[in-house]
Ligand binder design. Structure first.
Ligand code: PRX
Length: 636
């Protein structure tokens, strides 16, 4: 059996058994047969979830860009690697072949080297979805620099926090980014961020929107002339298997984002192998993932996974609503997309629009439909299946995380029978466990618990940048010897998994992970605010929206409250980004607290959900009367 490409359910079960009984043989064989290495490993895996320490393919040497680009040149030099679809449909798409990608990545690598970037240095990339973003990511990997891509929708404060956390000394950005018919001045955001980052000595600026920007002499350089002059040859730096490849920040339960560190070899093997199987990619297919490269989905399933398989991968600059709500389907028809991967929030938003936006286009090229980022509700699943897939394209509901580097639980299309709202079965090598609140594993089926993973997989994040203890605390302390995901899940009668949502202080809004703590910190900075608590509540399109309970230092009139709401949301947009704005802000005289002073979010959540029939025992609260007062204000 070719375990690199699973083609039916029987093969899946057989490979799964091998992958859990003999993980080292299983992954060792896949790694050896399907990738190019400068030196083979001494040992496939060593691990200890208590330390915690995980090493895959130790002793091996490689460069991921040779696997994603160079090795395809003999057979796929002229094949389109990146297909860039611009924001404006009137602007022509760019087909960037593997040969051209090779040249562009090398040029960018030489530009970085010219600015003194060396192996191990951190490079912050704050670019819109333009080809330079892909070139920059791969150029870092080419020379062994550690990329830290920051989603270009984050605010200046969020950007500076991320630049400083990993001590990046160079930032790549653009003069602006298109968002529908608006231009966002990214360079101005970088300028504000850098007032707090004195170590940054160089900013490379790509030209995209052509709007006027200020350049700081001695620090800022236009990217294009440097690229033009640079050589298109750059020998790849030989990397150790466990050298860091990139840092990607994710929210956590404190205000400080967690810089998840991914390493070279394991990440490459796992992102490539999952891509091949979960999208059943065949040589001439055109694959499209609508995510932004600023998120893990873009790292693993726009760039590394597809390119490691010699695929054609689309990079879309725009949004689903511009110039109208048919844009996604227009692109599917235009490029004859075979695999389409998006988020439930986009599906829900598009399902609300007139069906003509879909029916106008020929979607017959589609073979696989993917979803990721949050639980998909039944209605959205069926719309995706009926209206987009015409019931002939299996839906792969892929569950995974920034921390996992690759897809963990998902159907394999045309192999695993799908079931609405279920991510179904673990991918090869993944050993899930459901735990009860006392830390015991819940055996058997038709059960529900907290989702953990019992054994390492090749692309598990190795640490949190600069804070290994936080890594241990966050993921390995709740359940000894297990990786804790932060999610709840159920397992049905046949062993299919369904992810029920976060069980910690992270709320997923439109597929974006938002920690409550940083948002509360932002609100509390308002001079008139005493305290705040954020909870999630169900929202038709966003999945969840944010509900803020805020106490003020001094009572405010209706009119003052309106102004305060606006100011609070502006503060949040400024500190974190517009994605974290609150849907509802309610001013309350106090927050329900335990006797030890902990805010009882459970009660606030129930009130926001309008589920007040069973609020539980509130008599032990420090201030039990506050619950009825809050209910009255909210009107439930
Ligand atoms: O709660 C789960 C949810 O998204 C979280 C991870 O978010 P992030 O690190 O931003 O990565 C998102 C893209 C991989 C998870 O802990 N999540 C992700 N995929 C699914 C999901 N929840 C339900 N079903 C999914 N398919």
């Amino acid at each position: 059996m070719n375990t690199y490409h699973i083609k039916n359910l029987e093969e899946y079960f057989q490979a799964y058994r091998e992958s859990v009984t003999e993980p080292e043989t299983f992954w060792g064989t896949i790694a050896e047969k399907n990738f190019s290495w400068h030196k083979k490993w001494n040992r496939v895996l060593s691990w200890d979830f208590n330390t915690p320490e995980v090493k895959w393919f130790e002793g091996a040497q490689l460069n991921i860009t040779e696997n994603c680009i160079d090795r395809h040149l003999s057979e796929r030099a002229d094949k389109t690697a990146l297909l860039f679809e611009p924001n404006d449909p009137k602007e022509p798409a760019q087909h960037i072949s593997y040969q051209q990608l090779h040249g562009q990545v090398n040029k960018m690598a030489n530009v970085l080297k010219g600015q003194g970037v060396k192996k191990g240095d951190r490079v912050c990339i704050y670019l819109p979805m333009i080809p330079e973003l892909a070139f920059a990511v791969l150029a870092c990997a080419r020379i062994g620099a550690i990329h830290s891509v920051v989603f270009a929708g984050f605010s200046a404060t969020a950007l500076s926090t991320r630049i400083n956390d990993c001590d990046a000394t160079i930032v790549l950005t653009a003069d602006g980014s298109f968002r529908g018919n608006k231009i966002i001045d990214l360079k101005a955001i970088v300028d504000v961020a850098l007032t707090h980052c004195s170590q940054v000595s160089c900013v490379l600026v790509a030209e995209r929107t052509g709007n006027a920007i200020a350049m700081v002499p001695g620090r800022d350089l236009a990217m294009a002339p440097l690229l033009q002059k640079a050589s298109s040859e750059c020998v790849a730096t030989v990397m150790e298997a466990e050298d860091p490849l990139f840092i990607l920040y994710t929210s956590g339960s404190t205000g400080k984002p967690k810089g998840m560190v991914h390493s070279c070899a394991g990440y490459m093997v796992y992102s490539a192998h999952t891509f091949k199987n979960i999208f059943q990619y065949e040589e001439d297919d055109v694959y499209w993932c609508t995510a932004d490269i600023g998120w893990i989905t873009g790292h693993s399933y726009i760039l590394y996974g597809p390119l490691a398989n010699g695929a054609t991968t689309i990079m879309f600059e725009g949004v689903p609503s511009y110039p109208d709500f048919g844009r996604f389907w227009e692109i599917v028809e235009k490029h004859k997309v075979n695999q389409f991967y998006t988020a439930p929030t986009a599906i829900r938003a598009l399902a609300k629009e007139n069906i003509e936006f879909v029916e106008k286009y020929d979607l017959s090229s589609l073979k696989v439909l993917g979803t990721v980022g949050e639980p998909i509700n039944e209605e959205a699943w069926h719309w995706y299946d009926n209206v987009i897939g015409k019931k002939k394209s299996p839906i792969v509901d892929t569950w995974w995380q920034t921390e996992t580097g690759g897809i963990m639980i998902s159907p394999i299309p045309y192999c695993t029978p799908t079931k609405p709202t279920f991510a179904t079965l673990p991918f090869l090598g993944i050993q899930p466990a459901l735990m009860d609140e006392n830390g015991n594993e819940i055996e058997g089926n038709q059960v529900e618990g907290r989702l953990c993973i019992k054994h390492p997989w090749p692309s598990i994040a190795r640490s949190i940048w600069g804070d290994h203890e936080r890594y241990r605390q966050t993921y390995f302390s709740a359940y000894p010897n297990h990786y804790f995901t932060g999610d709840g899940a159920s397992r049905d009668a046949v062993g299919y998994y369904r992810i029920t949502g976060r069980v910690d202080d992270v709320i997923i809004v439109s597929g974006h992970n938002l920690g409550t703590a940083p948002i509360e910190d932002a609100i509390n900075e308002h001079s008139k605010v005493a305290e705040s608590a954020i909870v999630g509540f169900p929202h038709d399109i966003k999945g969840n929206a944010l509900f803020g309970y805020v106490t003020l230092k001094k009572e405010a009139s209706e009119k003052e409250q309106t102004i305060l709401r606006k100011e609070i949301n502006e503060l949040i947009a400024d500190k974190i980004g517009p994605i974290a704005k609150l849907e509802i802000i309610t001013f309350v005289p106090g927050l329900p607290k335990t006797r030890s002073g902990k805010i009882m979010r459970r009660i606030l959540r129930k009130i926001a959900h309008k589920e007040v029939s069973n609020l539980g025992d509130t008599s032990t609260l420090l201030n039990p009367d506050i619950v009825n007062q809050i209910r009255e204000i909210v009107g439930v």
